[in-house]
Each structure stands twice: as structure tokens, then as C-alpha cells.
Design a protein around this ligand. Structure first.
Ligand code: PHE
Length: 332
């Protein structure tokens, strides 16, 4: 009987290994150890043996049962892992998939505009830099030469964030704080553009948004003059809109530039669009960032991207840019 038990145990291994599904494995387990199995039949015969034989055969019988149980459990674990893997593969979502049809959606007009302008400026040799939208007073105002009680702080209707002291933390009101971050992080020469979202606490209408986008341009090097500023603005206007477009500067005031100007661009039909501010970086600002104003000079300008894009694409109400209306969005 012992030989027979050993034979069953020996042949069970290859049967178990051949099971290719969990159901199949259960079937094989039943046929090896369940009702009507050879092993169970032999077990019933144990009672007819002498006590000594019974003990010896019983031990072999237990050994065989345990071995079969362990082999089944091991194969079950393997099959379960395979099933998991197959399921994961069947339900796999390829998030990198690119679909050519329009239903797949596309980048928002503002994002497209940022990318296009970045290309224009990278083509002119600029780097692209970024900064946080929640800013501290130093970067948004103080380092930019806004004195603590300077009335120009009120030009920028500010959303304050409930962190730190009463007016310590703000939603950045412009992209100029990124100038400070760039200058704090590196010595000239600096040729950088800084696109980003900005916030102003004001009522929205067709030409104003409370959350909008600007692009800032900063150049710091030896011998930089106002002519470089005017030339760069005109160059990018033509690169973005086309050869028929020009720009002009009007005297203005910003605490962080001296002299300062506003700049407008002229459409081919002769009408003007007020776009942004600019000027030569104020010596105090350079000094605040550890750059020697005796050695270096520079210019900066910043403008509203939403207006720029709307002008080029004939969008008459800026609020459309913040809408989720697919009939508007799919046009671009
Ligand atoms: N940051 C200014 C604004 O948002 C624009 C500006 C940028 C002016 C750079 C001068 C130089 O109003």
C-alpha cells in the first residue's frame, strides 16, 4: 500500500503543474484527494492493517496528503498572480495615447498662446522661468521698490491670503515677482521670459478679468538701453501678429522701472490696443537682488496674454476665455 501511496504522490506533481486555470486546478485537487479518489480509497483500507503497519502507512499517507496540498496551494498562487496580471493588462489605460480626432480635445487658447510666445522668445535666445502664484510681500511688492505705504500698491488691487501677518501673503498681482526670483538666483547676463497666471481683486467685464495671464520679459546685461527695450517689443509684436503690426511706448510710472512706459500695439486697421507696461529696471531693484547697478542695466516688460490672444483671434469678450462652453473652446 505504501508503494501505491508513493506512486500517487509522485504522479500528482506533474498533474498539478499542468493545471492552467483555477477551475482546472480545483478539479485536479478533487480527483487527487476528494471523494472517490484513489488516495481516499486507500485510506479506508488502513483499518484492515495490523497496528504497526497502520502506523507506518498512516505516516506515509499523511505525508502524501500534505505534499499534494502544498503543491496545489503553490500552483494556485501562481495562477492567481497570472490572472491578476491578465486583468491589469486587459484594463490598462494608456494615458499617453494621442488621438487625432477632435473629440480628444486640445490645449486651451491661453496655453497655446503661452507656448507660441515661448517659442518666439526662445528663438530670440531667451530662457523660460516660472514662479509661484501665491507670493510673499517681498517678491510681489517690496523688492520691486514699492515702499511700504507707497500708493502704487493700490494700483494693484490685491487678493490677500490668510497666512502670516495681515498683508504678508498675496495672490501675485503680476508676473514681476518672478523677475526678483530670477535675479536672486543668478547673476547677469539674464535673458528670461516668465509666463503665468495673475490675480487682481477687481470686477470683471469684457476687457478685464480677475484671474488672467501675463508674460514678463527681463533682460539684464552690460550696456542695455531703452532702444533694446523698444526693439524687443516691436520684434515680438511682429513675430506673433505679423509684419503689418507695430508698437508704441507712452510715458508712464511703475515703482520698479525708471524710466517707465506703457506699450500699445497697432492693428493693421490702425487702431491701438493697450497691452502692458515696461521700462528700465530700477537701480534699487537690481541692488535688492544683489546685482550691481553700476555695472549692469536692464529692461523689463509685462503684458496681458489674454488680451493678446483675444485680439489675434477676434474674441470680443475676455470672459469667454474662462468659460467652459465647448462651442467657444473648440474654435481654437
Ligand atoms: N508688472 C506690471 C503690471 O502688471 C507691468 C510691468 C512689467 C511694468 C515690467 C514694467 C515692467 O502692471
Amino acid at each position: 500500500m505504501i508503494d501505491e501511496i508513493r506512486r500517487i504522490q509522485a504522479s500528482s506533481g506533474s498533474q498539478i503543474a499542468q493545471a492552467s486555470t483555477l477551475d482546472g486546478l480545483a478539479e485536479i485537487e478533487r480527483s487527487l484527494t476528494g471523494k472517490g479518489s484513489e488516495l481516499l480509497g486507500l485510506k479506508k483500507g488502513l483499518g484492515a492493517l495490523s497496528p504497526d503497519e497502520r502506523r507506518e502507512t498512516g505516516l506515509v499517507m499523511n505525508e502524501a496528503s500534505e505534499a499534494i496540498k502544498a503543491a496545489v496551494a503553490a500552483r494556485r498562487a501562481e495562477l492567481e498572480a497570472e490572472a491578476q496580471l491578465a486583468l491589469a493588462q486587459a484594463e490598462r489605460l494608456d494615458l499617453t495615447e494621442v488621438r487625432a480626432d477632435r473629440d480628444a480635445g486640445h490645449l486651451h487658447l491661453v496655453t497655446q498662446t503661452i507656448e507660441e510666445l515661448e517659442d518666439v522668445f526662445v528663438g530670440l535666445g531667451f530662457h523660460v522661468a516660472e514662479g509661484p502664484e501665491v507670493e510673499d510681500d517681498w517678491h510681489n511688492f517690496t523688492a520691486l521698490n514699492f515702499g511700504q505705504y507707497h500708493p502704487a500698491r493700490d494700483m494693484q488691487d490685491t487678493f490677500f491670503v490668510g497666512l502670516g501677518g495681515p498683508r504678508d501673503v498675496v495672490m501675485r498681482t503680476h508676473t514681476s515677482p518672478v523677475q526678483i526670483r530670477v535675479m536672486e538666483g543668478q547673476q547677469p547676463p539674464i535673458y528670461s521670459v516668465m509666463p503665468g497666471r495673475v490675480y487682481r481683486n477687481e470686477a470683471t467685464d469684457a476687457t478685464h478679468l480677475a484671474v488672467f495671464h501675463q508674460l514678463e520679459c527681463l533682460v539684464i546685461d552690460r550696456g542695455i538701453t531703452f532702444a533694446h527695450l523698444a526693439g524687443t517689443i516691436d520684434r515680438f509684436t511682429k513675430a506673433y501678429f505679423g509684419p503689418g503690426w507695430t508698437s508704441r511706448l507712452r510715458p508712464s510710472y511703475f515703482p520698479f522701472t525708471e524710466p517707465s512706459a506703457e506699450f500699445d500695439i497697432q492693428r493693421p486697421d490702425g487702431t491701438w490696443l493697450e497691452l502692458g507696461g515696461c521700462g528700465m529696471v530700477h537701480p534699487n531693484v537690481l541692488a535688492n537682488c544683489g546685482i550691481d547697478p553700476e555695472e549692469f542695466s536692464g529692461f523689463a516688460f509685462g503684458f496681458g496674454l489674454d488680451r493678446l490672444a483675444s485680439t489675434r483671434h477676434g474674441v470680443t469678450d475676455l470672459r469667454e476665455l474662462a468659460s467652459t462652453d465647448i462651442r467657444f473652446l473648440e474654435q481654437f
